[in-house]
Write a protein that binds this ligand. Structure first.
Ligand code: GLC
Length: 565
C-alpha cells in the first residue's frame, strides 16, 4: 500500500503531488523517427520512460506473438519519445496545476483493497450523497482512466491486480434468472465486502443481473483487453499477457463477439444500455461506442494473442472481421457534408446489388437539426446504422475511440477534430464534454427513453457533459496533432472541476450546471483529468492507448475473396 503511505506522508515535490518518480532510460537513437514535441507548443519535458513492450518484445524477443500491428505504433510509444532531450533547467520544468495534487489525493482515496492488495477504484467517494446506489463498486469501464493514471505514474501493480481479479470473475458461472450468460462475459462492476469480525474479504460481481434493465455490459470485455495491452505496452512486461489465463480470457471474450449467427453486418448487435450509457437511450442496434471499442479490442488482441493452435484460429477470425468491420464503418457510419447531401437525395425501395441506399433509409427521417449542425468542414461517425434507421446523433466516446484505434482513416480523424472546432459551443460548451449531441426532448424523449426522469434533455446520458471524456478528447487531439484543442478543454475543466468537487456530469445546453443527480468525487472525473494532464505533458504516453493505422494488413486485404469494395 505504498500509495496510501505516500499520501499520508504528505512530503514534498513528487510525493506531495501524489506523483512517483518514473525513472527509466532510452537512448537518443530510439527517438529519431517522429518528433512528438512538434505536436506541442509547450516546452519539452525531461521525463524518461521505459521502452515500450512492442519495440523490445513483439518485434525483437517474441517469436510467438503477432508480428503485426504494434510495429506501426512506435511513433507514439514511450520508448520512442522525443522528450528525453538533454535537461535544460527552466525550459523543461513545469509547475503542476494545484488541482493535480488534489486529484491524486482523491484518486488514492478511492482505492479498493482485496486481502491487502489494491484491486481497483470505487466509482464515487461521495459521502454527502444520501444514496450510495452502486457507486461504491469498482466498475470495469470506470477503472480504465484510473488504471491509465497509475500506469503513467509508474505504478502498474494495481492494474495487474485488477486485470487478474476481473479475469477470475470472468470464470464465474453467470446467471440471470434461469438463463446462463456466455462464458466470456466480464462484469460491469464488482464490490469487495470486508468482514471485520472474521477478517475476511469476499467479492460480489454484477454481470448485468442487478443492473438497471438487466443488460450485460458488452464494453467491459473490450476495455479489459484494451487495458491489458496498455499495461503490457507501458511496463514492457509481456509475461502477464502471455499467461495461459490471460490468453484464455481474451479468447473467451472474442468467442462471444466473433460467433457466427444470423448477422448480415460485421458490426455487433447490442441491447440498449450495454455500455457507458447504461440506461435506455435508443442506442440498441449497432451503437458506435461498442463498434469502436470492438474494433480497438480486436486489434489489441491481435497483437497479444499467441500463435499457438488455439490462438491462430482466433487470429484468422479477427483479421477477417477487422477488414469487414472497418469497411462497413468507414462507408456507412461516416457522415460529412457530402455524405449528408447524398443521403438527402437517396432514392428508396431499391432492390438487388446495385442499390445505392442499401439500408433503405428514407430521407424524410433525417432530423432537421443535422442540416444545421453539419459544417462544410468536418464529419463524424453517426450513432447507429441499421435497416431504415440512421441515428444521426454524435457520440463522444465512439468518435474518440475511432480515432485512437485508427478505425477512422487519417482524413476522417482530422475531420472529427474539425467538427470539434466548428461546433465547439455545442460539443464542449462550458464543460468538456457532451456525451452525445443533441439531446432528445418531448415526445421523442418519452418514446425513446421510456420517460426516464434521469435522462431528461441535456442531462446525464441525454446530452449531459461528462468530465471523464476529457482524457479521450485529449488523446484524440494528441494523435491528430491538435494539442491546442485539448489545452482549451482542459482550461475549461480546471476552472470548475475542483471547485465543484469533481462531479460525475454537468447539465444544460452548455454544460454549465452541476448535474441534477451527479455524484461528487466521481473517480473517473478525477482520473480522466489526471490522464489528460499527463498525456499533454508527455505525449509519449499516448502509445498505451492508441493504435497506428495498420499498414501490414492491407496486402492481405486485397487478396481476400470476401473483399468487395
Ligand atoms: C453510471 C454510468 C456508467 C458508469 C456508472 C458508474 O451508471 O452511466 O457509465 O459506469 O455510473 O460510474
Amino acid at each position: 500500500m505504498d500509495c496510501v503511505k505516500v499520501l499520508l506522508d504528505g512530503g514534498k515535490g513528487g510525493v506531495e503531488s501524489g506523483l512517483k518518480n518514473v525513472s527509466s532510460h532510452c537512448s537518443i537513437s530510439e527517438m529519431d523517427d517522429y518528433d512528438l514535441s512538434k505536436l506541442l507548443e509547450r516546452p519539452r519535458l525531461n521525463i524518461e520512460r521505459q521502452r515500450s513492450f512492442d519495440e523490445r518484445s513483439l518485434s525483437e524477443l517474441s517469436v510467438g506473438l503477432s508480428r503485426g500491428l504494434d510495429h506501426y505504433e512506435s511513433a507514439y510509444s514511450p520508448g520512442r519519445s522525443a522528450l528525453d532531450t538533454p535537461a535544460s533547467s527552466a525550459r523543461n520544468s513545469f509547475e503542476p496545476h494545484p488541482m493535480v495534487a488534489d486529484a491524486w489525493e482523491a484518486l488514492r482515496r478511492s482505492l479498493v483493497h482485496f486481502r491487502g492488495q489494491p484491486v481497483g477504484t470505487i466509482a464515487a467517494y461521495d459521502h454527502a450523497s444520501e444514496e450510495v446506489l452502486n457507486y461504491d463498486q469498482v466498475f470495469v469501464r470506470d477503472f480504465v482512466p484510473s488504471a491509465l493514471a497509475f500506469l503513467m505514474n509508474g505504478e502498474p501493480d494495481i492494474v495487474k491486480n485488477f486485470l487478474l481479479k476481473t479475469l477470475q470473475l470472468q470464470g464465474w458461472e453467470k446467471r440471470i434468472d434461469r438463463f446462463k450468460l456466455g462464458e466470456g462475459a466480464m462484469p460491469a462492476s464488482f464490490k469487495v465486502l470486508h468482514d471485520p469480525v472474521r477478517r475476511t474479504d469476499t467479492i460480489v460481481a454484477d454481470f448485468g443481473e442487478s443492473a438497471i434493465g438487466r443488460v450485460a455490459p458488452i464494453d467491459s470485455g473490450f476495455w479489459w483487453i484494451i487495458l491489458l495491452r496498455a499495461y503490457t505496452k507501458s511496463t514492457g512486461d509481456l509475461s502477464l499477457a502471455e499467461t495461459p489465463e490471460c490468453q484464455k480470457g481474451m479468447r473467451l471474450i472474442l468467442a462471444l463477439c466473433l460467433s457466427e449467427g444470423f448477422d448480415t453486418f460485421p458490426t455487433l448487435l447490442c441491447a440498449d444500455g450495454c455500455s457507458m450509457i447504461d440506461r435506455r437511450m435508443g442506442i440498441y442496434g449497432y451503437p458506435i461506442e461498442i463498434q469502436s471499442l470492438f474494433f480497438m479490442a480486436l486489434r489489441a488482441a491481435l497483437a497479444m494473442l499467441k500463435h499457438d493452435a488455439e490462438g491462430k484460429e482466433f487470429i484468422e477470425r479477427i483479421v477477417k472481421r477487422l477488414h469487414a468491420l472497418s469497411y462497413h464503418m468507414r462507408s456507412y457510419f461516416w457522415l460529412d457534408f457530402q455524405q449528408l447531401n447524398d443521403i438527402y437525395r437517396y432514392k428508396t425501395e431499391e432492390y438487388s446489388h446495385t442499390a445505392v441506399n442499401k439500408f433503405n433509409v428514407i430521407p424524410d427521417s433525417i432530423p432537421d437539426w443535422v442540416f444545421d449542425f453539419m459544417p462544410t468542414r468536418g464529419g463524424y461517425f453517426i450513432g447507429n446504422v441499421s435497416p431504415a434507421r440512421m441515428d444521426f446523433r454524435w457520440f463522444a466516446l465512439g468518435n474518440c475511440v475511432a480515432i485512437l484505434s485508427s478505425l477512422a482513416t487519417p482524413e476522417q480523424a482530422s475531420a472529427i477534430m474539425d467538427l470539434f472546432e466548428e461546433r465547439w459551443e455545442e460539443l464542449v460548451g462550458e464543460m468538456p464534454l457532451k456525451i452525445c449531441y443533441p439531446a432528445i426532448e418531448s415526445h421523442e424523449w418519452r418514446i425513446v427513453t421510456g420517460c426516464d426522469p434521469k435522462n431528461t434533455r441535456w442531462s446525464y446520458h441525454n446530452g449531459g457533459s461528462w468530465p471523464v471524456l476529457l482524457w479521450l478528447l485529449t488523446a484524440a487531439c494528441i494523435k491528430t496533432g491538435r494539442p491546442q484543442i485539448a489545452r482549451r478543454a482542459i482550461d475549461l475543466a480546471e476552472s470548475r472541476l475542483l471547485k465543484d468537487s469533481w462531479p460525475e456530469y454537468y447539465d444544460g445546453k452548455l454544460g454549465r450546471y452541476i448535474g441534477k443527480q451527479a455524484r461528487k468525487y466521481q473517480t473517473w472525473s478525477i482520473a480522466g483529468y489526471l490522464v489528460a494532464k499527463m498525456m499533454l505533458e508527455d505525449p509519449s504516453h499516448l502509445g498505451m492507448i492508441s493504435l497506428e493505422e495498420d499498414k501490414q494488413m492491407k496486402p492481405v486485404l486485397k487478396r481476400s475473396s470476401s473483399w468487395t469494395c
